[in-house]
Design a protein around this ligand. Sequence first.
Ligand code: C2O
Length: 600
Amino acid sequence: MASLSFLATTTSSSSPLHRRHPRKVVPSTTPRRFHTSCEQVANTTDASGGDDKGSSILRMDRRNVLLSGLGGGLYGAAGLGLLGVGEPLAAIGAPITIPDLTKCHKATADGIGKVECCPPYQDISGAIDFTFPSSSKALRVRKPAHLLSDEEVAKYKEAYRLMKALPETDPRSFMQQANVHCQYCNGAYYQTGTEDKVLQVHYNWFFLPWHRLYLHFHERILGSLIGDDSFALPFWNWDSGLEGMKIPSFFTKDTSSPVYDEKRNLNHYPPAIIDFDYSYGDSNPTDVDDVIHKNLLKISNAFSETLTKPELFMGAVLRAGGEINSPGTLETIHNMAHMWVGPDESPNMDMGNFYSAGRDPIFYCHHSNVDRMWSIYKNLRGKSTEFDDSDWLDSTFVFVDEKGQLVRCKVSQTQSTQKLRYTYDTDVELPWIDKGVRKKVLKAKKKSADLALVPVTEFGSTSKSLTTIIRVLVSRPKKSRTKSEKEEAVEVLVVSGIQVPANGSSRFDVYVSKPYGDDMAGPDLGELAGYFHHVPHHVKDKEVESKNHEADLKLGITKLLEDIDAEATEKVVVSLVPRFGDITVGGVTIQHLNTDTSSA
Ligand code: C2O
């Protein structure tokens, strides 16, 4: 058994959607320390990448993963925001249906305003139900972009050249392909039967299945244009080391190539490597090893705190008629790549803005890796369905295939890449699954902090405006939890009563540290538990919404507390660090949430 060590709990991210440069209030001394604890975990040589159905990729039974392998560390909730901006959905129940395409209207692009991105088709009466490609078809094998052969790169570029050469009215053309993203991400449709509930496939449990289908058809179209049934999208292997974390060179080297896009941040061209801590305006970190290790930890944590609670990884439950804004841990990491690739200037364009993200071919390569991460997650969970819930599985979307045919697809048809006739190259290392990563980070981060202690008190009952860093002492419901208690419930840090302007962007980061004595905090903020990020809501054409939205942020900290050796402490220090936007916070508590045993 190889090691599969899920390390710390820090996961940070941001969305590409805001267009303002953040006010940088994080002190330069912001701690980036990682602590030990989490130990061993199960062993497996290889968690995957490959097809998530019926293969031996995951040589570990899910039960083993859950019950033994991951030790006490597993039961944390997401390190990332479940932020309940929007309506509670408890009372609503039905799958999402295909929107009325004839009612497509202008979308709302962040920082830009109304944009036109409706498809060239409105009539879906000729749509057919999706059936899986024949199993006699060649399996498309998606490979790491930075390892493609020259021949593969040439084919890939040729496919995009041809796609870009199609008339813009052709739904298979590059511009129309990009517009599909705009339609579902920027509010070009309302949910069927409503006149104000936007159909949104981000920040909720449709994020992964919808993008899987989107890429599937995109890949089929590209393949058919070059007459190659086995054509596969490469994946930007940003979860590997140095080479994978750079923008793959075929995107950057040749400015006349069909996969070049001018609207990118040139500072982030190789040799720069992606920084999952990035915020607009940041300069490139100089300590490359440090960035690599921290990136790997973030990826690792996105999995480790969510395996027993899929909505924390996949995105929040959303049923017909609901609206929600709660990305999963994977989506938030993914957002960072959008922001990092896109240009810094406001309004952010192409990768940095959802309405235009699909205009950069790197989008599909990035999402190929996002999709691969889902395959790995599924494998780690023994291939079980994340949500055994018909409101998810029966939700339906419509896409255009390589023949220009409209096809209705259900979420239930996204559960196996094998059935969709593609897989991921499994001969790819997963350095983030190796516990060595954590040790390296610890080593790199070991430095003696000067111990200037500051007194901290409880939050109290009055709301506070987050104009500067707020540090408070928070009681835990129970200290020294046993392993079985952790199997039953995840420990969740709840920042409640968050108020942000509905029509603006806002973000704050949340750190957790162990107190010194009863009521003193050390000089550094501790571990990043996650962040809150609000993206402006789509508003109806005339209306300009300015009222505040109220939200709660829930961050899994089970594992984080072990990592900082705080399991036996009664209280922890929580620091709220504003990044941008006007934010008011109502309270900070720690609670227990039952794990998702139904799908466990
Ligand atoms: Cu639809 Cu990368 O987002």
